[in-house]
Design a binder for this molecule. Structure first.
Ligand code: IVH
Length: 680
């Protein structure tokens, strides 16, 4: 093979492998390689593409985030209109829908119709257009006839394949589905919005819609949007007969679906859609989903029941922009009345003052609610919330309690409008509201509330992951003046802890152990832990991937930082300014002196670097685990024995692979020998 061809081949291979890992990670939620191994593949691809720009293609995983912000999105007419669903709020309406279907089809009452039921996702509809298997457009529903092409934004969504996994894809397929934001990502985004002085989003749907409408794809890339497919528009070169046939094809192509399962097995992991043999089963499906909806990682607001046969769907047609073959039965939103006992002001990590309503405990959707954030002064003014008011609360986005209505006729006469104090409630310094920001902030850099919150962030799971150092413990350590900085955490001794109230030997030792354990960190977790303004988990990862080294990040100029895909001006300046401060740099040095270290991302020095294995027979550990172990050490696992195989790892009852290996002269090793190789 000529050199150029070799490069081309390797690039193609890397793209294929990365796409497969993206699918495992983002769609199946089951990564089979560690992050740093993925990053290695990615940077190899990026490196090769930089050297050979002529080989860069639009569907390369490196091309997800474009750097050019748009002025507006082009309008695109849908080849087949995107209809809307008739809504109702009760399972009885599913039965009424079934009766309408029978009547239209002129069938007897006992005629059975198969239905395909699935959740009604609470996001926004989109149509992904694949031409020759390549994603070319992503069009919003718009008015149903014409939508906007948000292609550059949709491309940044890692669960959407840029190319269908199919050797011979259909010439044209329009895949419809919903863009949404998971509850946890929504909570994180809102915390960040708050900290950054921007308006929080009311619910995950608004957050997803607001994000997708962003003109800057870099912003879209920095927020985790997800996609689930549920329908098709125009399809050429492929014919489907049932609604339930879509999911297996989607899955084969790498398109995320919630999956189909039996009614009895229904769960997010096993599948959330179901073929129902009768309308009664569809009603049971509604009830079953209503029970489990709060456990799902994303919001749904009901179920959709569709006639399963496409032939019948065509016969049923549509009326007034809604199909006769489908209906949506929504869940009744849970809400309750309660009373506001007080409004308190919390101080966040960046000094942002957040008003929070303390309420009489009330149960909403199975959860007892006592607090609801009021976000900022303009939100309080808009809702005119006052202490003592009777209010209606619900759980916005299923997760956050929100006051949706003040019952004015129940308001006491002497209730006065609430104003957020102009001083920090903790350190009494001035709180200032900068222009363009929605919140006011405590200006005192040494404010104890900021310190507490920063330390809590530093120790949290996704930062330094100091397991036994919970919020209460941090409060106690700050109260006792044992910690004033991040690095003080690493100065705490067993004796310090024992001297604290209520600290037993075991819990003191546990805390010391987990502090010690946290020293083995990763560069991205460490950067995130530092709590630099605008640097969330995603940005920390971008920095770690791009620079690979803390020293390089610390000396990076704003121009250097702007070269990183996904980092905009605001972030670049914030990062640069943070590292310009001597006290911050000294603190980092001090942390490193205490032995914080990052896992090594380079290939060199790993024990099985570039060694290829084939595994056969029964071994003491599951295959996947062994594979990960080999890959962590820089090796590869292939499916079949060839001349290129370095070792055949054979367990009990190994089959024909042994013969093959012998024929090709590939060394055969057993479990013990393999263990020795790892110990070397
Ligand atoms: S099928 C006739 N399936 O509901 C439309 N739609 O009111 C066929 N939606 O804009 C759409 N989950 O955003 C379908 N599982 C699901 C859905 C679903 C949510 C939304 C979609 C559409 C709206 C129609």
């Amino acid at each position: 093979m000529k050199r150029d061809e070799k490069v081309r081949y390797r690039i193609e291979e890397l793209r294929r492998v990365i796409q497969q890992h993206d699918y495992n990670y983002f769609v199946l939620d089951k990564p089979i390689i560690p992050d740093f191994e993925y990053d290695r593949l990615f940077s190899e691809l990026r490196g090769l593409e930089q050297k050979h720009p002529d080989l860069v293609t639009a569907t390369s995983p490196t091309q997800r985030v474009g750097s050019i912000a748009l002025n507006k999105f082009p309008k695109v007419k849908h080849r087949i209109p995107m209809l809307s669903l008739q809504n109702s709020y009760s399972p009885d309406e599913i039965v009424a829908f079934h009766e309408r279907v029978l009547k239209f089809l002129k069938k007897e009452d006992d005629f059975q119709i198969e239905y395909f039921c699935e959740p009604k996702f609470d996001g926004l509809a989109i149509e992904l257009i694949y031409e020759g298997g390549v994603l070319t457009h992503a069009v919003t529903r718009g008015d149903g006839t014409t939508g906007e092409d948000v292609f550059p934004n949709a491309k940044t969504i890692r669960t959407i394949p840029l190319r269908l996994y199919d050797e011979s894809p259909p010439p044209l397929i329009e895949i419809r589905g919903e863009i949404l934001m998971f509850k946890k990502d929504f909570l994180e985004l809102n915390t960040q919005q708050q900290e950054n002085g921007q308006e929080p989003f009311a619910n995950p749907r608004n957050a997803a819609a607001g994000t997708l409408r962003q003109l800057d794809p870099q912003v879209v890339a920095s927020r985790s949007l997800k996609f689930f497919a549920y329908a098709i528009g125009k399809a050429e070169g492929i014919t489907f007969f049932h609604q339930s046939d879509l999911a297996p094809h989607f899955r084969r192509w790498g398109i995320p679906v919630v999956g189909t399962t039996d009614l009895a097995l229904l769960s997010y992991k096993k599948g959330l859609s179901c073929v129902c043999k009768s309308v009664d089963e569809a009603v049971s499906f509604y009830k079953r989903i209503e029970e489990i909806r709060h456990e799902l990682p994303f919001e749904i607001d009901g179920i959709v029941t569709k006639v399963n046969s496409f032939e019948l769907q065509t016969a049923l047609d549509f009326i007034a922009r809604s199909p006769r073959w489908a209906t949506a039965a929504k869940f009744t939103p849970s809400r309750a009345e309660t009373k506001i006992l007080n409004i308190v002001v919390q101080v966040g990590r960046t000094g942002a003052l957040t008003p929070v309503a303390i309420m009489e405990p009330v149960v909403v959707g199975g959860v007892t609610i006592t607090h609801a954030t009021l976000h900022n002064q303009s939100e309080i003014d808009r809702k005119d919330v006052r202490i003592g008011d009777s209010v209606i609360v619900h759980r916005a986005g299923d997760v956050i309690p929100e006051i949706i209505e003040v019952l004015l006729d129940k308001r006491e006469k002497n209730a006065s409008p609430y104003k957020i104090p102009s001083k920090c409630p903790v350190c009494k310094s001035d709180a200032v509201k900068l222009t363009g920001e929605a919140v006011s902030r405590c200006v005192n850099p040494a404010c104890e509330a900021k310190l507490r919150e920063s330390l809590k962030h530093f120790a949290s799971k996704r930062a330094m992951n100091i397991e036994s150092l919970g919020d209460k413990m941090i409060d106690l350590l700050v109260d006792k003046k044992l910690i004033h900085t991040y690095s003080d955490i690493y100065r705490i001794t067993f004796d310090d802890l024992i001297a604290l109230d209520r600290q037993g030997n075991t819990s003191a030792q546990n805390l010391i152990n987990s502090i010690e354990k946290s020293k083995k960190s990763s560069l991205n977790n460490f950067i995130y832990a530092l709590g630099i303004r605008f640097v969330g988990e995603q940005t920390a990862k971008l920095l770690a991937d791009y620079f690979g080294d803390l020293d390089k990040i610390m000396v990076a100029t704003p121009e250097d930082l702007l070269r990183v895909d996904g980092i905009g001006e605001k972030m670049a300046f914030s990062i640069y300014e943070a590292f310009q401060q001597k006290s911050f740099r000294d603190e980092i040095k001090s942390l490193l002196k205490h032995g914080i270290e990052f896992e090594i991302r380079t290939k060199k020095g790993r024990r099985l670097s570039e060694v290829t294995f084939v595994i056969t027979g029964t071994l003491p550990k599951p295959r996947e685990e062994i594979k990960t172990q080999i890959e962590n050490e820089g090796g590869h696992v292939l499916a079949s024995v060839s001349k290129k195989t370095n070792y055949l790892l054979a367990g009990d009852e190994a089959g024909s692979k042994i013969e093959n290996a012998k024929k090709l002269g590939v060394p055969i090793i057993d479990w013990n020998k393999f263990q020795k190789m790892l110990e070397k």
